[in-house]
Ligand binder design. Sequence first.
Ligand SMILES: Cc1cc2nc3c(=O)[nH]c(=O)nc-3n(C[C@H](O)[C@H](O)[C@H](O)COP(=O)(O)OP(=O)(O)OC[C@H]3O[C@@H](n4cnc5c(N)ncnc54)[C@H](O)[C@@H]3O)c2cc1C
Length: 530
Amino acid sequence: MIRVSAIRVALDTDFSDLVVLCEKKLKISRNKIISVKLAKKSVDARKKSDVHFIISLDIEANNEEKIIKTLKNASKYEPDEYSVPMVRKCGTRPVIVGFGPAGMFAALVLAMAGAKPIVLERGSDVDKRCMTVEEFQNGGKLDPECNVQFGEGGAGTFSDGKLTTGIKDSRIGWILCRLVEFGAPEEILYLAKPHIGTDKLRGVVKALREKVISLGGEVRFNSKFCGFEAENGILSAVSYTRGGETFILPADNLILATGHSARDTFELLHNERISLSQKSFSLGVRVEHLRADIDRAMYGSFAGHPALKSADYKLAVHLANGRTLYTFCMCPGGHVVAASSEEGRLAVNGMSFFPRDAENSNSALLVNVGPEDYGSDHPLAGMYFQRDLEEKAFIAGGSDYSAPASVLGDFMNGRVSENFGKVKPSYRPAVKFAAPEEYLPDFVCQSLKDGIKEMGKKIEGFDDSDTLLIGIESRSSSPVRIDRGDNLQSISLVGLYPCGEGAGYAGGIVSAAVDGMKCAEAVCRRMEGN
Ligand SMILES: Cc1cc2nc3c(=O)[nH]c(=O)nc-3n(C[C@H](O)[C@H](O)[C@H](O)COP(=O)(O)OP(=O)(O)OC[C@H]3O[C@@H](n4cnc5c(N)ncnc54)[C@H](O)[C@@H]3O)c2cc1C
């Protein structure tokens, strides 16, 4: 197979017949072509007067060597293959805590390996979870066990479902293929910036669960991990609560994939003397603009072209105070969502549906923070720092999970807003005008003021005075790392595999899934006595 890259095509290109495209663009006659597949597709909008696609094609053809010689950007190509390990010695069934992307892909690999894993998930299955979250977003009670952070699918279920990642790993292709097998759109296999959208993600998560169960695995919902037993530093059992009762599960292997918001679990591990360390994360607000304004700023007169999805952006500015202000987890045509998981504490995040056609576009606007800001060397100091600020945000929002909101023009002039401009908030249940200074540290507020101006020079209208700032974005990643060795096991307990974002080894859906697979492979090796 050969891959031909950097092929420039117009926005109105017909992708339904790639052989015709090969003939036209690459001058390869159709009788030489055996198969052709779209391998990569991205938007090139560097010149607003000339927005177009850049694609790569994977081609099987007769006489590939000759084609490679005649074409620029053509080379031999072998796709990554991933083979699932097999477990023959089925001792005690492995236990996985958490059914987010890390736990889900760990469960899938272990189930396909024949290990019949048992998954414990503190939240409900995705259908019940959607109802609980909807109730909360309509002004109902927060369920600390089932919310935007906790439940089937983990934190990623109510998200934009962006599958972009900064890591390179041969498992990623396999993960994307599985997601398509479970109902994600085919385009995630070739888009440079693939996303699924929360509406489609719900079905994908359920289908993955059914696959795990069909292979002998088990997923126990509303089951909260609450401890473990060990002999001479080696794991022997796991305990969990469900419906007010406590259960003990014999276990030699435990993959702990509990995410960045399982604060009670971090405290449990600390009390059990499991080695933890402080970790940096980022803090800020969600910034919201009209989608039309962002599309115009990014695509110029091509904005609204039927072949183009809503525009995304990625910005970072380094500031005089030594901090960096950057955008994160951008949700084009999306919503700002209530991402709280603890009573009396407020956090926001972003999500979108697959079409990305909501009125606004938003992203997290974050400043880096680290142990030097936490005020103590306690391993959980970063978590307490987060909690403290989320309490302030809860109060600033009126202590009913309304989010504190500020219109940029007012913030820049040190005023509390009284009216919205052209941008109306998408956050539910509601927002309340409050100055970011009421819940954010001064250095974060100053970094926002200095940085947004700089960002306005990079994207026209980014610092428009009607822009909305919604607080607080405090869960960009885990403030704690659960220390593990090269064998992926905790350095404090043999048989414990700290995994995914919460353990400090991943950031985002895809890298969490990769880490889940790595831990599952390590468990297979240990079960096989290797
Ligand atoms: C609103 C939102 C939008 C996001 N958008 C994106 C995006 O578009 N793209 C992207 O790449 N990333 C996104 N992220 C980040 C992404 O969701 C996380 O990086 C990813 O889900 C981490 O996966 P994980 O499996 O490590 O942990 P999580 O997904 O956090 O899963 C942990 C699971 O463990 C369970 N759990 C916790 N404690 C216990 C316990 N004691 N017992 C039993 N179960 C427990 C939780 O209920 C949860 O289901 C978003 C996050 C949020 C909140």
